[in-house]
Design a protein around this ligand. Structure first.
Ligand SMILES: Cc1ncc(COP(=O)(O)O)c(C=O)c1O
Length: 409
């Protein structure tokens, strides 16, 4: 059975470009860009191709500054510490690869970290002879305090930096960031936040986090902000901006700094590229926020409530006794542990995810968790989703006799 357009995708057209025949429950992985934002991008590309020199040379800084200001207002930061990057991975790499460590230094990360960013941390640690110390976070868990205790417990006198997710990818937990930043920075340790999922999902006030001691924050605009792919950002605390360089060194390294900071000169140009995704961020903020009366705050609440409803429906369907985390740690995604998957092959395509797509027209990620045999099913709730989408998923899981796990410890 494939979900038909009569039942799937009722909220999709004409705003979203998604296939209305697919029940898309994976906004979290790569976001989805609405048509008005894509149209804006096309018109910017038309401008670029009509007058490349004007677009890429004369008006570039003004255009980037305007887009940066809109993003800065949205994430609660001053524009001076904010740089566009293509994605969160690039932002995280820029920070880690700029820093200098000594042999024996410790870099703390959690076992819920995103693999790509963890790889960057491992790479840098190896280069300097530093050690990566992994704080195991509980899941399921009853209180955000358990997270703070786990991370604080991994800090030692040798810890130089902690890389912390704002919203974890496999487990979809909104971590207690102010408490974590305070606990880490209070020990004199730099905090790099991987906020790939946060902009558009949770309210951001980077300046407030900066007062608690946050050093760096990398985020994506293509996920929950729904900007085109290629739009991400890096925020760096004022005192650390001179030390943080882009992953690609270009003209900005020796340009005159009388009018612009070295930080902006370097990050705003890393070679010729299509930077229209950055310039579409103001349109995405306006167009997506404008879909809901009450703007972004109402949109975030709507998606949060739908994610909670989806989680409750799925815990009941899968036979999971207690939700895996407190409601306050749910943003607009929820992850559910599945029972032991038997003969799953490590790194192979997940068979359940493929079955849901092929037989039911449902796009849902199923990820290995701590061992290839244990898996998490993650759902996302975005404006184009309704409760009916999750009911279709629940029906499909029942039809496939999938059951959940009450503990994955
Ligand atoms: C927590 C986290 N960090 C980083 C990333 C990487 O994002 P990107 O591939 O856009 O750099 C993701 C992507 O899903 C993520 O979930």
């Amino acid at each position: 059975m494939t979900a038909s357009s009569e039942t799937a995708g009722t909220n999709i057209e004409p705003f979203w470009a998604l296939d209305p025949d697919v029940t898309y429950l994976n906004h979290g992985s790569f976001g989805a860009t609405p048509r008005p934002v894509l149209e804006r991008q096309q018109s910017l590309r038309d401008e670029l191709e009509r007058e490349p020199i004007d677009f890429l040379s004369r008006s570039r800084e003004r255009r980037i500054d305007e887009a940066r200001k809109a993003l800065a207002d949205f994430v609660g930061a001053s524009a001076s510490g904010l740089a566009f990057v293509p994605n969160a991975t690039t932002g995280v790499n820029s920070v880690l690869r700029s820093l200098r460590f000594e042999a024996g230094d410790e870099l703390v990360v959690t076992d819920h970290a995103y693999n790509a960013c963890r790889n960057a941390l491992d790479f840098v640690a190896e280069r300097w002879g530093a050690t990566v110390s992994v704080a195991p976070l509980p899941f399921p868990l009853a209180s955000p305090d358990e997270i703070v205790d786990a991370v604080a417990g991994a800090l030692t006198a040798r810890t130089r930096l902690a890389m912390i997710d704002h919203v974890t990818s496999p487990t979809a937990l909104v971590l207690p960031l102010p408490e974590l930043v305070s606990a880490i920075a209070g020990r004199g340790v730099e905090v790099l936040v991987d906020g790939a999922h946060a902009p558009g999902m949770v309210e951001l006030d980077l300046d407030e986090l900066a007062t608690l001691g946050m050093t760096y924050y990398a985020g994506n605009c293509h996920k929950w902000l729904c900007a085109p792919k290629g739009a991400g950002f890096l925020w760096v605390a004022p005192g650390r901006q001179p030390a943080i360089r882009p992953t690609v060194i270009s003209h900005g390294a020796n340009r005159d700094t009388s009018l612009r900071s070295r930080f902006h000169l370097e990050f705003d140009w890393t070679g010729t590229t299509d930077f229209t995704p950055w310039l579409c961020v103001p349109t995405a903020i306006e167009a997506v926020g404008g879909r809901v009366e009450g703007g972004w705050a109402a949109l975030r609440l709507r998606n949060h409530e739908l994610a909670l409803a989806a989680r409750d429906l799925l815990t009941a369907t899968l036979g999971i006794a207690t939700p895996p985390c407190p409601d306050e740690m749910v943003g607009s995604m929820a992850a559910l542990p599945l029972a032991d998957a038997g003969g799953v092959v490590a790194n192979g395509p997940d068979t359940l995810s493929q079955q849901l797509r092929d037989q039911f027209g449902l796009e849902v990620p199923v990820m290995p968790w701590r061992s290839p045999r244990l898996r998490l099913l993650r759902v996302s709730a975005q404006l184009y989703n309704t409760r009916a989408d999750f009911e279709r998923l629940a029906d499909a899981l029942r039809a496939l006799s999938v059951t959940g796990a009450n503990s994955v410890r």
